[in-house]
Design a protein around this ligand. Structure first.
Ligand code: ZN
Length: 169
């Protein structure tokens, strides 16, 4: 049986105790991610690195439904995210962090909203225009080629208009 994970944690205290968590966030508590089809399974590690920076290592996976932007039918995607964060109190601390950590702000209680952090990672990992594998998509390849013509090319070509005017004469 998997454990339900805490929504918020004090990363400094948790890192001092070198705690790791493996468990899940129930789908119904992850309200910012749309169309979840599973709980969010998640592993969290808290530690201090060689530079004494507090690190929150996050691995999460979830199944969700997306709407294909080609045929507008839903399809199921499995999303995996993995990232390392370091808690900060202000922008100056955030800017001082090495590139390999993402800053995460701690609140006035010294805690990080871990569920929000995981939800943000999932949302950021989603494609802006999700589409089916072409073999599963109900819009054929021929339609697809037509559909991918950039918007600028859809403006009528002025020479084509002239040509059609000439043809009418
Ligand atoms: Zn499709």
């Amino acid at each position: 049986m998997q454990n339900r994970l805490p929504l918020t944690l004090d990363p400094i205290k948790t890192a001092q105790r070198k705690l790791d968590y493996v468990g899940y966030y129930p789908a119904q508590s992850a309200t910012r991610v749309e169309r979840l089809k599973s709980d969010i399974e998640c592993s969290l590690s808290f530690y201090f690195d060689e530079q004494k920076l507090c690190v929150i290592s996050v691995d999460a996976e979830v199944t969700l439904e997306q709407i294909c932007q080609r045929c507008f039918k839903p399809f199921i995607t499995h999303i995996k995210v993995k990232n390392k964060f370091s808690p900060v109190k202000n922008d100056a601390q955030a800017e001082a962090l090495p590139d390999y950590y993402e800053p995460v702000f701690i609140n006035e209680l010294g805690e990080v909203d871990i569920l929000a952090l995981v939800e943000d990672e999932i949302i950021l990992s989603l494609p802006i225009a999700p589409v089916h594998d072409s073999k599963h998509c109900e819009v054929s390849e021929a339609d697809l080629v037509f559909g991918e013509i950039p918007v600028e090319n859809e403006k009528p070509n002025p020479f084509a208009i002239l040509a059609s005017l000439k043809n009418k004469e």
